[in-house]
Design a protein around this ligand. Structure first.
Ligand SMILES: Cc1cc2nc3c(=O)[nH]c(=O)nc-3n(C[C@H](O)[C@H](O)[C@H](O)COP(=O)(O)O)c2cc1C
Length: 324
C-alpha cells in the first residue's frame, strides 16, 4: 500500500494498550494491506505464559488500524492468525468506499489511557451503561458488566487471591519490575514499559525505586492498596472469550479496544485488575462464580470517573516497529 497511508495506520496502531506496555508488535507493508506480526522478543513468559495477553494487545492495535483505515476511506478484511505463532493480515480495498468514515471512536484513540488513580463517587448512568454494553459485536466475545459495588463485591476475593499468588511469586516480581521505568529520562530512553509517573507513583530513580519494590511492596500491601481502589470503583467489566485460542484472543483485544474507546468518549476512566484472569486456577474459579464454566474470562477492568488525567505512557518510534 502507499507508504504514507501505511505510516498513518502504524501511528494509530501503536497508541494501543499492551500488557506492561511491552508493545509486542511489528508491522509490514504489503501490496494490498498491512500485516501485524507478534514480536515474541517482547513476550511476558511468567505472567502471560500462553501469550493470550500478547495477542489481546495485537487485537487492540488491529482495531485502531481498522478505525484509521476506515477514516482514510478503505474497506478492511481481517485475516486472523491460524496458529500460535501467526500474524494478523488486514487487506484494504480503496475502491470500495470512497467517502471516509467518520466513526466517532476514531477520535478517541489518542486520548485513551489507562488511569490507575482512585475514582470519584460519581455514578455511571443507565444511558452510559447501554452505550458500553453495545460498544462491540464480535462473535465469541462477550462482556459481563457489574455496575455498582454491591454487584461486584463477590468478585473482590478472586482479585485478592490472584494478587496474592502473583506477589508471592519472585519470578513474577522480577519480570514486572524489569519493565518498570523509574524516571522520566529512563522512560524517554526506552519509550516502552511502565513509567512510574503514569502509574501515579513518585519519580524515584532506578536505585531507590528497585529498593522500594524489593523491600516495601508485598502481597499484603498490594491487597490493601487494591481494596482501597475498589472502594471507589464504580463498576467492573469482565471480558469473556468462548474459546481459548489465538483468534478469540485477538477478537477479545478488538472488543476491549472498542469498549475502552467508548469509555474515553464518555469521559469515564478505566484500569486493569487482571490478576484473577492471569492465574489459571483462579480464572477457573472466577468462571464458575460467573456461571460460565466452559468459557474464558481474560480481562478484568475497573471503571469510574476520575478527577485527574495521568501522564501518558511512551511509545516506541514508528521506525522501530516497521519491518523494512
Ligand atoms: C492485554 C493487556 C493486559 C494488561 N494488564 C495490565 C495489568 O495487569 N495491570 C495494569 O495495571 N495494567 C495492565 N494493562 C495496561 C497496560 O499496562 C497499559 O496499556 C500500558 O502501560 C500502556 O499505557 P496506556 O494504555 O495508558 O497507553 C494491560 C493492557 C493490556 C492490553
Amino acid at each position: 500500500m502507499k507508504n504514507e497511508d501505511f505510516i498513518y495506520l502504524v501511528e494509530n496502531a501503536v497508541k494501543a494498550p499492551s500488557g506492561h506496555n511491552t508493545q509486542p508488535w511489528k508491522f509490514e507493508n504489503i501490496e494490498d494491506g498491512i500485516v501485524i506480526h507478534p514480536d515474541f522478543s517482547r513476550a511476558l513468559p511468567i505472567v502471560d505464559l500462553d501469550n493470550h495477553a500478547l495477542y489481546i494487545s495485537l487485537g487492540c492495535a488491529l482495531e485502531n488500524i481498522v478505525f484509521a483505515a476506515k477514516r482514510k476511506g478503505y474497506e478492511c478484511k481481517v485475516g486472523y492468525p491460524e496458529d500460535e505463532n501467526g500474524a494478523i493480515t488486514v487487506k484494504l480495498n480503496p475502491a470500495a468506499t470512497r467517502s471516509p468514515s467518520n466513526e466517532d471512536l476514531f477520535d478517541f484513540i489518542a486520548i485513551r489511557q489507562v488511569n490507575r488513580s482512585k475514582y470519584s463517587d460519581k455514578k455511571i448512568n443507565d444511558e452510559e451503561l447501554e452505550k458500553l454494553k453495545s460498544s462491540f459485536n464480535f462473535e465469541g466475545v462477550s462482556v459481563v458488566i457489574m455496575n455498582g459495588k454491591t454487584n461486584f463485591e463477590k468478585i473482590i476475593p478472586f482479585i485478592i487471591e490472584g494478587n496474592n499468588l502473583q506477589f508471592q511469586n519472585k519470578q513474577f516480581i522480577k519480570e514486572l519490575t524489569s519493565w518498570f521505568r523509574y524516571s522520566k529520562s529512563e522512560a524517554e530512553k526506552t519509550r516502552d514499559g511502565l513509567w512510574t509517573a503514569a502509574m501515579g507513583l513518585p519519580n524515584m530513580g532506578k536505585l531507590i525505586g528497585s529498593f522500594v519494590m524489593k523491600n516495601f511492596v508485598t502481597a499484603k500491601s498490594e491487597a490493601k492498596r487494591l481494596a482501597d481502589l475498589l472502594e471507589c470503583t464504580q463498576g467492573i467489566a469482565i471480558f469473556v472469550a468462548d474459546k481459548n485460542d489465538v483468534e478469540n484472543w485477538v477478537k477479545t483485544g478488538q472488543a476491549f479496544q472498542r469498549f475502552s474507546l467508548t469509555l474515553t468518549m464518555l469521559g469515564i476512566c478505566h484500569a486493569h485488575l487482571n490478576m484473577p484472569c492471569e492465574e489459571l486456577e483462579v480464572r477457573k474459579k472466577l468462571a464458575k462464580e460467573l456461571g460460565i464454566e466452559n468459557k474464558h474470562p481474560l480481562l478484568l477492568i475497573r471503571y469510574g470517573y476520575a478527577d485527574r488525567k495521568m501522564p501518558y505512557s511512551y511509545r516506541r518510534n514508528v521506525n522501530d516497529v516497521i519491518i523494512k
